[in-house]
Write a protein that binds this ligand. Structure first.
Ligand SMILES: *Cc1c(COP(=O)(O)O)cnc(C)c1O
Length: 463
């Protein structure tokens, strides 16, 4: 049976393996502004452009696969977070989502602070001029060298993640004749993922110190007793790709009750509370993320209310969005290679990248959208699975989506919302050359992270 005569659409749903697809979208040429960067549009000639430059030109100049980041959109989202939280709160961009020197400069310009969780991220931040006191250092197993460097350069805070680390950071600070500002990361017994959250008594995971069993209270006791530490607050991060504010509400309530217990026991009111990141974005048209001003309003109301109830002064709130700032601002551009229709199932569309530039689908079963961007098409929709060129059958970029049935080798397709956790998690599997990140703004395109070369690969191979 030919693809065009029998597109694998929902009418074959009874014979299709399970998937996340619903009906094909009404118009395959339409670009849902929810999932695409702000300046992405389809021009009169049917070619999609970003920042005023057509993807066909971008592909010619920079090759594929490549990530294109909409600088104006990135700055606008960073600014929206900054503005929404105002002067009584701090926004720390989570560098692990995607970090490069250009990104650090944009954040600095827009008045954001930065979270890092390794020596490499710290070095990148400092080399691009982020003031150390606007950097927070995270991680569940920071090395001695990382801790020493962070204290020496004067990071604004270190987020303590274990009992050993409380002692280790205190000793290193003391040996350097310093007193380091720290927060303690607690696990509040809330696990939030995407549309739901679960409140549990214990969290079976590697991060933080449990509130349950009085562990966190004991950590506070020890931190307060050490000269090398200035304990300024409590930190909580409950998950990722969250849409529901209920999880934050429970977390804030539990953190505030710890602050009250600390006041009662030690007579000190810690001045800061960090509620972490994890705010969701739209990967597909089914996702409905909240705007930063709604999130800011909800979080500050929750904290204010809980503090009033506990008769505490309202602490300074901070948040750590990563994905919500960078995620929607970029897309990955691929060239279509082989196309393999499997009768009664779906059509496998292979692209020139894959799990080496986007591991999220394989790692978390993440959902993505995809569109034909080098032209329009009036062909019927066909159910596709966009796969990479790697030697794994799990090498899937987009699990279930619709593309026009006349798709052909050489067409350009783009996967939106790949700004977060794609380039930062990219690998050299199969000795793939990691793609470049190109910033596009106002008719100009500029490489901010260049494509790897075979020379780069061979430079490390010194055997
Ligand atoms: C990962 C992480 C974030 C950012 O998460 P997003 O889902 O990208 O917003 C913030 N804070 C901490 C402690 C994290 O580990």
């Amino acid at each position: 049976m030919s693809r065009s005569a029998h597109p694998a659409g929902p009418r074959h749903a009874d014979v299709l393996p399970e998937g996340h697809y619903t009906a094909p979208p009404a118009d395959l040429n339409a670009l849902d502004p929810k999932v695409w960067a702000h300046t992405v549009t389809r021009d009169q000639d049917g070619v999609v452009s970003v920042g005023g430059i057509e993807v066909t030109r971008l592909a010619e100049e920079f090759g594929t696969p490549a990530y294109f980041v909409d600088e104006a959109d990135f700055r606008a989202r960073a600014r929206a977070w900054r503005t929404a939280f105002g002067h009584d709160a701090d926004v720390f961009y989570a560098g692990k989502a995607f970090l490069s020197r250009a990104i650090v400069r944009w954040l600095h310009d827009e008045g954001l602070n930065l979270d890092v969780c390794s020596g490499g991220e710290l070095a990148t931040a400092l080399s691009a001029g982020m003031p150390a006191d606007r950097i927070a250092f995270h991680g569940n197993n920071k090395s001695e060298v990382e801790i020493r460097t962070a204290i020496e350069v004067g990071v604004g805070r270190i987020v303590l993640d274990s009992f050993q680390e409380i002692v280790r950071v205190a000793h290193i600070a003391q040996s350097l004749g310093k007193r380091q500002r720290v927060q303690i990361r607690v696990t509040v017994g809330v696990e939030a993922h995407t549309h739901e959250f679960i409140a549990t008594a214990h969290e079976d995971q590697k991060f933080g110190i449990a509130l349950a069993d009085g562990q966190a209270a004991e950590a506070v006791r020890r931190a307060l007793a050490l000269d090398g530490l200035e304990l300024v607050g409590i930190h909580s991060h409950i998950g990722s790709q969250i849409f529901d504010m209920a999880g934050f509400e429970v977390a804030a309530r539990r953190v505030v009750s710890l602050l009250a217990a600390i006041r009662d026991e030690h007579g000190v009111e810690l001045p800061e509370i960090d509620l972490g990141g994890g705010l969701g974005i739209a990967y597909t048209s089914d996702d409905d993320p909240r705007e930063p001003h709604e999130i800011a309003k909800a979080l500050s109301e929750i904290v204010t209310r809980e503090c009033e109830a506990a008769k505490l002064g309202t602490p300074r709130i901070s948040v750590e969005p990563g994905r919500a700032i960078v995620g929607p601002t970029a897309f990955t551009l691929y060239e279509v290679g082989t196309i393999k229709p499997l009768d009664g199932l779906r059509t496998y569309v292979s692209v020139d990248g894959g799990m080496s530039d986007n591991i999220r689908t394989a790692l978390y079963d993440a959902e993505y959208s995809v569109a034909l961007v080098s032209r329009t098409s009036d062909a019927e929709p066909m159910l596709v699975r966009v796969v990479g060129k790697h030697c794994e059958s799990g090498d899937i970029v987009v699990k279930d989506a619709f593309l026009p049935a006349d798709l052909a080798a050489g067409d350009l397709i783009a996967v939106p919302a790949t700004g977060a956790y794609c380039r930062s998690m990219a690998s050299n599997y199969n000795h793939a050359l990691r793609p470049p990140v190109v910033a596009v703004n106002d008719g100009e395109a500029r490489v901010i992270v260049r494509r790897e070369t075979e020379e780069d690969l061979l430079r490390l191979d010194v055997g």
